[in-house]
Design a protein around this ligand. Structure first.
Ligand code: FES
Length: 560
């Protein structure tokens, strides 16, 4: 059997570490604890966000399960920021960088404190990829516990979630909602703890990480307030013990095949475009080559089958009733879309786990469509190139809005400008709104366009305009949108050269994003372009601008 305390024994067994041993007695360990493996329990819990407010509580259940399995559990915290609350007002600049701070924090504590394994209890969008990147870097036995999706809110017989609040703002701009109803929606959209309730980024990452094998089956399906979530936390200790005994580490679990499984779930469920960014980064942390073209190839072969928000009808909480993510993964496995031989945190393979999963019942459930009659025959994530995105961009095209768009450019130098333009009715049907200087360096931090896109929807323009940006889109976004445009404006990418009135076409058939000006005109504009001064030169954002790679490389910050 593997040596279970191979890292912590450096502190607990070596005579040259008396200070460390004295400190371990100081925190309450007994002599018999010194031979036990030590497990770091990383919580991104904090009080200020529904996605994270309950995670410290869940960590206590995790610790109980760890201690009950003859290991020492030691809880520590890392940061988190709320994507829902950072949106707009420039706070969003901190959101994507927070992913790498979470990764760095977990790596730092687990490595410095000599923990033998790590359990990450995580909730909001950036928590999950940050934790998995750290696990890959550390490569010690590791399990992720998802804090769970939120329950839906209710107002006047309508089910609500966070996007309802943003869309209410758009309706307000369009004078389509009373003050009473506006307030009613804001007050009732978020009924308590849990991550945003559609197939947005948090639920996308949780579902796909479960399919990748780094969380227990059903981790992504139990809502935050479901009793199954506490039960899962208590079971983690036994699972971690098994991983230590079998010496199964994240690099055994994160493989090209398991990344394909994860991305298959993203496509089948209609998940967030952010998944492209995060899986590029996770793959790099695990030293596995994965490119935008690999993601496109998976999108080409996997049908989009789940009628979940933002483009569909149902919430993540509804998934549990039909068998949760295990039932969907089992169905995809039976249809030949999932690799069954990948090892997972249960110590079993994907196929062995799925043998115990429930079956989808196509007579009774309406959320998941049969593969033969999908919502769309291929995935919704499309990688576009062309003279506006020479090194790639990522679009979410569900087909509902069509596959091509041709229109006149309306340029916003900052995302907030679109809100003013909408209020003044300057955005008209047929416009391609270009939001630039929102990239990883230019933003900095590659803001999500949740506020602009929701406001566009609320204003009734969702199917009448397109929106392109070097920033990102929230998982809550729907409509004709292209993001992650590279090179970004800050680096002099062609998006920096667009002018109001230029013709732009988006073609998901040919995968081209085209600015219809001549090469000569493009060269003239490029010659006249001057790189803007970075918006920050010091502090975390200053360092981020200096270290971040492009969106097509996952926006990683730990590579030369
Ligand atoms: Fe945390 Fe949406 S704000 S998942």
């Amino acid at each position: 059997m593997a040596e279970l305390n191979k890292f912590s024994k450096t502190l607990t067994q070596e005579v040259t570490n008396p200070a460390a041993q004295a400190m371990l007695y100081g925190i309450g360990l007994k002599e018999e604890d010194f031979i036990k493996p030590q497990i770091g329990i990383a919580s991104t819990g904090y009080e200020g966000n529904p996605c994270n407010m309950h995670l410290n509580g869940l960590s206590v259940y995790v610790k109980q399960g760890v201690q009950a399995n003859e290991m020492v559990g030691l809880i520590f915290n890392t940061i988190g920021v709320s994507d829902g609350m950072t949106n707009g007002n420039d706070g969003m600049r901190y959101s994507l960088p927070s992913r790498d701070i979470i990764a760095d924090s977990i790596e730092t504590v687990v490595a410095a404190q000599w923990y033998d394994g790590v359990i990450a209890v995580v909730g909001c969008d950036k928590n999950m990829p940050g934790a998995i990147m750290a696990m890959a870097r550390l490569d010690r036995p590791a399990i992720m516990v998802y804090g769970g999706t939120i329950r839906s809110g209710h107002y006047k017989g309508q089910k609500l979630d966070i996007v309802s609040a943003f869309e209410a703002l758009g309706k307000k701009f369009a004078n389509n909602i009373s003050d009473e109803d506006y307030k009613g929606i804001i007050q009732n959209s978020i009924p308590g703890q849990g991550a945003c309730g559609g197939m947005y980024t948090a639920n996308t990452m949780a579902s796909s990480i479960e399919a990748m094998g780094l969380s227990l089956p059903f981790s992504s399906s139990y809502p935050a307030t479901h009793e199954g979530k506490q039960e899962e936390c208590k079971k983690i200790g036994a699972a971690m013990k098994r991983l230590l005994e079998l010496n199964i580490t994240p690099k055994d679990i994160i493989t090209k095949k398991s990344l394909e499984n994860a991305l298959t779930l993203v496509m089948a469920l209609g998940g967030s475009t952010n998944a492209a960014l995060h899986y590029l980064a996770i793959a790099r942390a695990a030293d596995i080559p994965l490119t935008l073209d690999d993601i496109q190839a998976i999108s080409d072969r996997v049908p989009f089958i789940a009628d979940l928000k933002p483009s569909g009808k149902y919430f993540m909480e509804d998934m549990l009733e039909i068998g949760g993510v295990p039932a969907v993964t089992k169905y995809l496995f039976e249809k030949g879309y999932i690799h069954g031989d990948c090892i997972t945190v249960t110590g079993k393979t994907v196929a062995e786990n799925l043998a115990e999963a429930p079956d989808l019942n196509f007579e009774t459930q309406k959320i998941v469509f049969p593969i033969e009659t999908p919502i769309k025959v291929t995935g919704h994530i499309q990688v576009l190139y062309g003279n506006l995105a020479p090194t790639g961009s990522v679009a979410k095209i569900t087909g509902k809005e069509g596959l091509t768009f041709d229109g006149e450019a309306k340029v916003c130098e900052h995302e907030s400008e679109i809100i003013d333009m909408l209020a003044k009715h300057e955005i008209k049907p047929g416009h391609v709104v270009v939001i630039r200087n929102a990239g990883p360096k230019g933003g900095p931090g590659m803001s999500e366009m949740l506020k602009p896109t929701s406001a566009v929807m609320g204003a009734g323009l969702g199917d009448k305009i397109a929106l392109i940006t070097d920033g990102r889109f929230s998982g809550g976004t729907h409509g004709f949108v292209v993001g992650h445009i590279t090179p970004e404006a800050f680096d002099g990418g062609p998006i920096a050269l667009v002018k109001d009135g230029d013709r732009i076409s988006i073609d998901a058939n040919t995968r081209q994003l085209t600015l219809h000006i001549s090469d000569e005109e493009m060269a003239t504009r490029k010659a006249a372009w001057v790189q803007p001064a970075p918006r920050f030169t010091k502090g975390m954002l200053g360092r981020y601008i200096r270290t971040v790679k492009s969106a097509s490389e996952g926006c990683v910050t730990d590579e030369a």
